[in-house]
Ligand binder design. Structure first.
Ligand SMILES: [Zn+2]
Length: 353
């Protein structure tokens, strides 16, 4: 059975025999088509797929289903004792009122319709051929392999409900002018932007997945604000006593307690200027821009790597400035040298946020 006629736009990739094609309105169903007996290969763009030769044959998968073929007497014995037909063709139903199980029969079966029930035929999954119109819109010299930009991101709200989602090529923003000048699959070569909000949500997920909990903790995790606090071991452990019988009529009983760490905020991010102005001590994330998706991916990887290195590097109090700042633990042995050589602040000392 041949039904729909599909409109196919194609871009020829010279010297390869391949074509990048788009089928109007069908991008969600590409998995169900065959072109020249082959499945379609996903490209860079959700609307466009790659085929290995010029489309000559188009088929679409029809999944397994049951098909209504006629109506039959619920009680087949009736046809022996009456002149009611054993079955009624589909034409005996008023089409506009077909609900299969509760349909309205035309005359002369209107009165006896309730005695009949639908009869179905099982149809196995198969491919059906379709007509199509092919329009070759462009011929290009070379076409890069599909580059898939894909990161997990996490939203969260005031009630700490969070939701993980995927940011991929189609979440990236392209320049409006480029979209007018270039056919969609060719936009892969053009500059792309990752929105600051998406960047924040990628950072949120990446930090959650990679933070070393011995060194740092996530201290704020809101839609509008995300920050990380370092655990800084105290140079001088603070000892104190607690009366465990306080508030009771029992005799005082003291036990020793100690504080070994302090918590210091070291990094915080907002994604909008409004939030940035509202929350002190945060950094405003900018949109991240790449020459193309691959370049953007490289920049984002660098950013995430250096961020995790910063978060997961152990730090200690800087004793030179009486713990006003911190130094990286691995360079702590250098501080003596700084004490000798430098003025008030050794160069290795960083202020807390
Ligand atoms: Zn210092």
């Amino acid at each position: 059975m041949i039904s729909n006629t599909y409109n196919i736009q194609a871009i020829e990739i010279q010297d390869t025999g391949k074509y990048i094609i788009s089928m109007e309105g069908q991008n969600h169903f590409y998995d169900s088509f065959l072109v020249n007996d082959e499945k379609l290969t996903k490209g860079h763009h959700p609307d466009w797929v790659i085929v290995n030769s010029i489309p000559k044959k188009l088929e679409r998968l029809v999944s397994k289903h049951r098909k209504l073929v006629y109506y039959k007497l619920k009680n087949s014995e009736l046809s022996k004792v009456t002149d009611y037909p054993a079955m009624l063709p589909l034409e005996s139903i008023n089409k506009s009122q077909t609900y299969e199980d509760s349909c309205v029969f035309k005359e002369p079966y209107h009165e006896i319709g309730y005695l009949y029930e639908p009869h179905y035929q099982e149809i196995a999954a198969h491919y059906e051929p379709h007509n199509f119109n092919l329009k070759i819109i462009l011929s290009i010299k070379d076409f890069p392999d599909p580059f898939s930009f894909e990161y997990k991101a996490r939203t969260t709200d005031l009630y700490r409900k969070s939701d993980v989602y995927t940011i991929n090529n189609s979440s990236l923003v392209q320049q409006e002018l480029d979209k007018m000048l270039f056919a969609p699959p060719l936009l892969i070569h053009r500059p792309v932007k990752l929105k600051a909000k998406d960047l924040l949500n990628i950072i949120r997920q990446h930090v959650k997945d990679n933070i070393n909990k011995d060194v740092a903790v996530i201290s704020s995790d809101y839609d509008f604000f995300f920050d990380v606090t370092k655990i800084v071991p105290l140079h001088k452990i603070k000892k104190y006593q607690v009366d465990i019988n306080q508030g009771t009529k029992k005799k005082q009983k003291f036990i020793d307690k100690e504080v070994t760490n302090k918590m210091e905020k070291i990094i915080g991010f907002c994604a909008t200027r409004k939030d940035y102005e509202r929350y002190n001590g945060s950094s405003l994330l900018n949109d991240l821009i790449g020459d193309n998706a691959e370049d953007l991916d490289r920049k984002l990887k660098e950013l995430l790597d250096s961020l995790m290195e910063f978060i997961n590097t152990p730090i200690v109090e800087c004793l030179h400035c009486n713990a006003q700042g911190y130094i990286i633990k691995s360079s702590a042995s250098l501080i003596n040298k700084c004490n000798e050589d430098m003025g008030d602040t050794p160069p290795l000392c960083h202020p807390y946020l």
